[in-house]
Write a protein that binds this ligand. Structure first.
Ligand SMILES: Nc1ncnc2c1ncn2[C@@H]1O[C@H](COP(=O)(O)OP(=O)(O)OP(=O)(O)O)[C@@H](O)[C@H]1O
Length: 343
């Protein structure tokens, strides 16, 4: 695989703050690389170092050259903060940016793709935050770049707009564009990234495909039991299963989906009332939690609300509703991305 982006021992300090402490990575042609990590971990600094918008120590190569030497027609950058002229419309802004390049795409087509066809003639300052961000996304890729850097592209954008941006990224990567993305959305990273890097305290602490990271750092699948009788449930399951008590019940670790019925039967036989059983596989969120000690997007892994069988918002599968209802229950698989938001 041709290496499009290479960073070797990249370091950056702001005064006493070591924002990057020797980051090395490479990204191949057509690959989507997703960078995740807590606030202040160094993600934006790395994007800035890779794009030559801040000086760094170490080596950076983009398309085989120092970033400043790369033809601007071939690069796209959506910075985390980007404030274009407030009294221009999305159509005017994209036309302006398109005019800076040799062979840009038709701004109206891009506006349509980012879902702004209806607001193309509204002043930027009168757009909603999400519409503004979509305008910026459109501006970053109007030149159809070979390498695209997106620093938190969909922050503030609603789910439909996020899907539109994801489809745009799909379209670009299908055409061979390499994408380097930072995000605080686990769903976005799992949906888009071929490989994920987790940065913490200025260091890249893990790199791999989402599946590899989940296998290595995600821990076991779990069955969350929502019950007010945690002690009785624990007594019933102890010995056969690893159980830990949580605020609204207990979590049984390492349960194979085929064993859910056995857990339900055991609880029934012990006379334990439970509201729901929710089985889930480890996800990128668990990887993030295990490597940073913080939950991703502020979400807690765990018990889904009582529900009849069906997929919950976090993609886990809840079964049962009251004692006995879980017997013979089937379970689905939580994808690492949670419920797929349509391609
Ligand atoms: N221009 C600057 N001057 C001084 N310190 C800075 C500057 N830019 C970043 N830093 C510091 O460098 C560290 C890394 O910041 P950076 O913005 O790269 O983190 P991040 O991972 O992108 O965070 P976030 O998720 O909040 O966007 C932080 O401690 C930050 O305070």
């Amino acid at each position: 695989m041709d290496e499009v982006l290479v960073a070797e021992n990249v370091r950056k300090s702001y005064g006493d703050v070591q924002a990057l402490r020797g980051v090395s990575l490479s990204v191949g042609a057509g690959e989507v690389f997703g960078l995740i990590g807590p606030n202040g971990a160094g993600k934006t600094t790395l994007v800035r170092g890779l794009t030559g918008t801040t000086s760094v120590e170490g080596t950076v190569r983009v398309l085989g050259k120092p970033p400043e030497a790369v033809d601007a027609n071939r690069l796209g950058l959506l910075p985390q903060s980007f404030s274009p002229a407030a009294r221009l419309t999305p159509r005017e802004l994209l036309s302006h940016y398109a005019g800076l390049y040799d062979a840009a795409r038709d701004p109206d087509v891009v506006l349509d793709e980012v879902g702004l066809a209806d607001t193309a003639d509204t002043w930027y300052e009168h757009l909603s935050g999400g519409q503004q961000r979509r305008t910026c996304v459109g501006a970053a890729l109007v030149n159809d770049p070979d390498v695209l850097f997106l620093d938190e592209p969909t922050t503030g954008i609603d789910p439909a707009g996020r899907r539109a941006v994801w489809r745009l990224v799909d379209r670009l990567t299908a055409g061979g564009t390499t994408v380097f993305l930072t995000s605080h959305s686990m769903q976005e990273v799992a949906r888009l990234a071929d490989r994920v890097g987790l940065v913490r305290g200025g260091e890249l602490v893990a790199v791999g495909s989402p599946d590899e990271l989940i296998r290595e750092h995600g821990g076991e699948s779990t069955l969350a039991v929502e019950t007010e009788s945690a002690r009785e449930a624990t007594d019933a399951l102890d010995g056969n299963y690893a159980v830990s008590v949580v605020s609204d019940g207990l979590v049984v670790s390492g349960v194979d989906p085929r064993d859910i019925g056995d857990v339900a039967t055991t609880l029934d036989e012990a006379g334990v009332d439970y509201g729901s059983l929710a089985w889930s596989e480890p996800s990128l969120e668990d990887v993030y939690l295990s490597l940073t000690g913080e939950s991703f997007e502020g979400q807690e892994r765990g018990v889904t609300p009582p529900a009849s069988a069906g997929e919950s918002d976090d993609g886990s599968v809840a079964v049962g509703d009251g004692a006995g209802a879980g017997t013979g229950a089937s379970a689905g698989t939580e994808t690492s991305a949670g419920p797929e938001e349509g391609r």
